[in-house]
Design a protein around this ligand. Structure first.
Ligand SMILES: Nc1ncnc2c1ncn2[C@@H]1O[C@H](COP(=O)(O)OP(=O)(O)OP(=O)(O)O)[C@@H](O)[C@H]1O
Length: 427
């Protein structure tokens, strides 16, 4: 089993036998609306597309946990199913809220890593209309990155540590063939002691066997649960082509659309003409791979540095919500991004969009963003390469050891030395 790593300044492997067992409970008892099984419900700490998250106390252990409660089907699911004329089958359920929570659970069950939120229990009672997932409570809160004037809140060393933690967590996911698909500051949370960042929300994540680098598990391996991820009904390949995620963080290949008018005449609408530079949208969709997470990570990195997203629709575009999304997607596909004169709360000079002095931090950071925000996903670097960036490694005392310890692959055995052979022959 790949190691789990503790944290920021040096990684200590956590042996697999110390991992907590994930419980599956098939009985859900609601007591006076205030308690679900042994969990006493406290404050609501979050609301998302798929459900509500509550802070709860496990009355048996007194542990504080987070519980996400998801209705098996929402009103939109029911409408979708009503529109279907034939009998509902498993494939009809694809895309429903229940399916989305099932994917999230399948992924959380197998991904055990210090930079990913930890799942404790799944309460899935077939006679009840809700599924509950009990997980560690990340009381450090979401990463806050901009003040009310859209100025960056974080200092550069804080940004560096956050991004580094996300890279390590994401590298683990990618190694196992999982694409997160919704990396953004709101899905990065601080652990209770605020020492570690954890990635949350696997509701739109995708498992792609072709992206998997880890050895395929056999039946006896600890990772036999991975078999659940190989279900093509749960993770159909076509899912990857859907425009899912958060608009400002989506990669060009995700928002890709082909505009034949534009190809013919060079323009398609007045708004777009004024916003479009000379880059054009490729007439063939680039491959949608784990590189979409590298793009979203770069957008997140940009947000932390500058307090705003790199692509946004200017108020002057003056368009309705639907059109403004289209304008945003066009910007993502065709436009370059700019940078402020300074980055971080301490206002370190960037040197502009094309810094010239390789000795300055601005040069290293903008250059890294430049690589990660390549419109063509094939030109974006892998996380393994990004991790070696000098600026990201800055405050790590033993970078080679850190890189080795945080790699999701077990280290390769050292090649047998000549001395060893000599010793063997002399026996
Ligand atoms: N383990 C946790 N500890 C503390 N707060 C959490 C935890 N998990 C989620 N939250 C809070 O609940 C919110 C919603 O959770 P989550 O993003 O998982 O739900 P979702 O329905 O998938 O949301 P989305 O609309 O972003 O897809 C989060 O933004 C966060 O503020």
């Amino acid at each position: 089993m790949p190691s789990c790593f503790s944290s920021l300044f040096g990684a200590a492997a956590q042996p697999a036998d110390q991992l907590r067992e994930i419980k599956t409970t098939t009985r859900l008892e609601l007591h006076q609306g205030k308690r679900i099984n042994q969990y006493r419900r406290g404050l609501k700490i979050g609301t998302g597309k798929h459900g509500e998250v509550y802070c709860c106390t496990n009355e048996r252990t007194n542990e504080i946990v987070a519980m996400k409660i998801v209705k098996r089907s929402g009103p939109r699911d029911r409408l979708r199913l009503l529109r279907r004329s034939h009998q509902s089958s498993t494939s009809d359920r694809l895309g429903t809220t229940e399916n989305s929570i099932r994917k999230e659970i399948a992924i959380m069950k197998v991904c055990r890593h210090v930079h990913l939120v930890e799942l404790f229990e799944v309460i899935d009672d077939p006679t009840k209309d809700r599924i509950c997932i009990v997980m560690e409570h990340l009381s450090g809160g979401q990463v806050q990155w901009a003040d009310e004037n859209d100025k960056p809140l974080l200092f550069l060393d804080q940004t560096r540590r956050i991004i580094r933690d996300v890279i390590v967590g994401l590298e683990y996911l990618h190694f196992h063939g999982i694409i997160h698909r919704d990396i953004k500051p709101a899905n990065l949370m601080w652990s209770s002691d605020r020492s570690t960042i954890k990635i949350i929300d696997f509701g739109v994540s995708h498992f792609s066997p072709s992206e998997r680098m880890a050895p395929v598990p056999n039946r006896n391996s600890l990772h036999h649960q991975f078999k659940a991820l190989y279900d093509p009904l749960l993770f159909p390949a076509s899912d990857l082509l859907k425009r899912i995620g958060t608009p400002a963080f989506l990669a060009p290949e995700v928002v890709w659309f082909f505009d034949p008018d534009k190809e013919a005449s060079g323009t398609s609408s007045d708004t777009l003409t004024s916003l479009t530079n000379e880059n054009v949208i490729p007439n063939q969709r680039p491959p949608v791979t784990k590189a979409i997470d590298i793009w979203s990570l770069a957008v997140t990195f940009y947000c932390l540095l500058f307090g705003r997203t790199p692509f946004s629709v200017p108020p002057s575009a003056n368009c309705n919500a639907h059109h403004s999304e289209f304008v945003l997607y066009n910007l993502i596909c065709t436009h370059d991004w700019d940078v402020g004169e300074t980055m971080g709360a301490e206002q370190v000079p960037t040197g502009g969009r094309r810094p010239k002095d390789p000795g300055h931090d601005g040069y290293t950071v903008i250059h890294l963003l430049d690589q990660m925000l390549q419109k063509d996903p094939r030109r974006r670097p892998s996380l393994e390469k990004i991790k070696k960036n000098a600026w990201l490694l800055r405050d790590i005392s033993k970078p080679t050891k850190w890189l080795r310890d945080t790699a999701p692959t077990p280290p390769l055995p050292k090649p047998l030395s000549l001395a060893w052979f000599r010793q063997l022959n002399s026996v």
